[in-house]
Design a protein around this ligand. Structure first.
Ligand code: AMP
Ligand code: GLY
Length: 417
């Protein structure tokens, strides 16, 4: 089989890596890929958002399956376009991916189907939003409706900060069109947890839980990033909590989307907060998280292609997921300065001998050697029976990898519980 993976980050590297272990795949492509993916797939210089070119390439190369990993092409309807062209594809349609592309849509869906989430109001005008804020307790959370690379959420501690956030979204267009509609919601308190599930539109199979570390600096300080590291499992859930999440959140969402005529086929992401009132949904994503995928997929024992096939053919009920026991940790090494401006083009040494699986993100090959080429550069993975040991092993690997101005957090898995 010929398989094409869409995307260029660490998430796409681990997806391509898992697919490369499948005996049924004869040829792997990735568009556009990165310096790490090049060693296991043929990288094609087409951007993930170049929908027409991807469809044309899949047709001309007679690709048997396309795996769409990032949110932008999903929101742009790449899955719909490939289906129209009779090409087999894994990922949600644009209609189903709206649960990520519009926070206003996802909040209303949760309200209509009684899925636990923070109380909220939706605004399309600055003056109404400002009026509302005056009567609200602080802190409060202000969210741009659309896709904003995980940066469109502001937690305002004071009324002034909240007013500034609303102003920056409506008048200063800080997040462009993504901020034309703004969600203002109650600030929840508690540890965060990510649950990813495969779904065929009817059945959902949750994977091991995980926990991302979104802030740039140790002790959860600094700016929000795409994610600086992740662990599995993300929490020690009681049986009751696990059952609640499966029934009232995961299954309830999959059934809600089915009823809405937007059946969700792909990987669905539940960003949860474990509050004193029980687990609540902070956000949905319509795809694997990055770096959650890098922490989860190496533990998956199944052939990823078998699961993907079962999702597309609506027989996920026949599949049983199996994971290596224990725990895992992945630590992101970033370019100094990320998530603000940073320099690229620095040589990276030590990857091959670091003793860990390394998933590359912002890298490219120059004369066959990897150099930095993005904000999040790579992700170092280790697993073990015990989480503490997995964390130690990942950091042993990190210390063997070098590039100028490398930045990483020292407390992945040891903070934010
Ligand atoms: P999101 O992009 O919606 O996941 O939000 C980014 C981050 O903002 C989350 O991971 C949380 O840490 C935080 N956040 C979002 N919504 C809330 C909320 N209602 N209460 C507290 N924190 C939140
Ligand atoms: N790590 C968070 C995300 O992928 O959205």
């Amino acid at each position: 089989m010929k398989v094409l993976v869409i995307g260029s980050g660490g998430r796409e590297h681990v997806i391509t890596y898992k697919l490369s272990l499948s005996p049924r795949i004869s040829k792997l492509y990735c568009a556009p890929g990165n310096g790490g993916i090049e060693s296991i797939a043929e990288c094609v210089p087409i951007k993930a958002t170049e929908i027409d070119r991807i469809v044309a390439f899949a047709k001309s190369e007679v690709i048997d399956l396309v795996f769409v990993a990032p949110e932008d092409p999903l929101a742009l309807g790449l899955v719909d376009r490939l289906r129209e062209a009779q090409i087999r594809v894994f990922g949600p349609t644009a209609a189903a991916a709206l649960i990520e592309a519009s926070k206003a849509y996802s909040k209303d869906l949760m309200k209509r189907y009684n899925i636990p989430t923070a109380r909220y109001e939706i605004f399309d005008s600055e003056s109404k939003a400002l009026d509302y804020l005056v009567s609200q307790p602080m802190p409060i959370v202000i969210k741009a409706d659309g896709l904003a690379l995980g940066k469109g959420v502001i937690i305002a501690q004071t009324l002034e900060e909240a007013q500034e956030a609303v102003h920056s979204m409506f008048s200063e267009k800080k997040f462009g069109q993504a901020g034309d509609v703004v969600v203002i919601e109650e600030c929840l308190i508690g540890p965060e947890l990510t649950i990813l599930a495969f779904s065929d539109g009817q059945t959902a199979l949750p994977m091991v839980s995980s926990r991302d570390h979104k802030r740039a600096l140790d002790n959860d300080l600094g700016k929000n990033t795409g994610g600086m590291g992740a662990i599995t499992p993300g929490a020690d859930l009681s049986d009751e909590e696990e059952a609640f999440i499966k029934e009232k959140i995961i299954d309830a969402t999959i059934q809600a989307l089915k009823k809405e005529g937007r059946p969700f086929e792909g990987v669905i992401y539940f960003g949860l907060m474990l509050t004193s009132e029980g687990p609540k949904v902070i956000e949905y994503n319509a795809r694997f998280g990055d770096p959650e995928a890098q922490a989860i997929l190496p533990r998956l024992r199944n052939d990823l292609l078998d699961i993907v096939d079962a999702c597309i053919d609506h027989r996920l009920n026949e599949v049983e997921l199996a994971f290596n026991p224990g725990a895992s940790c992945c630590v992101v090494m970033a370019s100094g300065g990320y998530p603000d401006s940073y320099e690229t083009g620095y040589e990276i040494s030590g990857i091959a001998d670091c003793g860990c699986l390394v998933f590359q993100a912002g890298t490219k090959l120059v004369s066959g050697s990897p150099v930095t080429n993005g904000g999040r550069v790579l992700c170092v993975y280790a697993e073990s029976d015990k989480l503490d040991d997995a964390i130690d092993r990942a950091y042993e690997g990190v210390r063997k990898i070098h590039f100028t101005n490398a930045h990483y957090r020292n407390d992945i898995g040891r903070t934010g519980k």
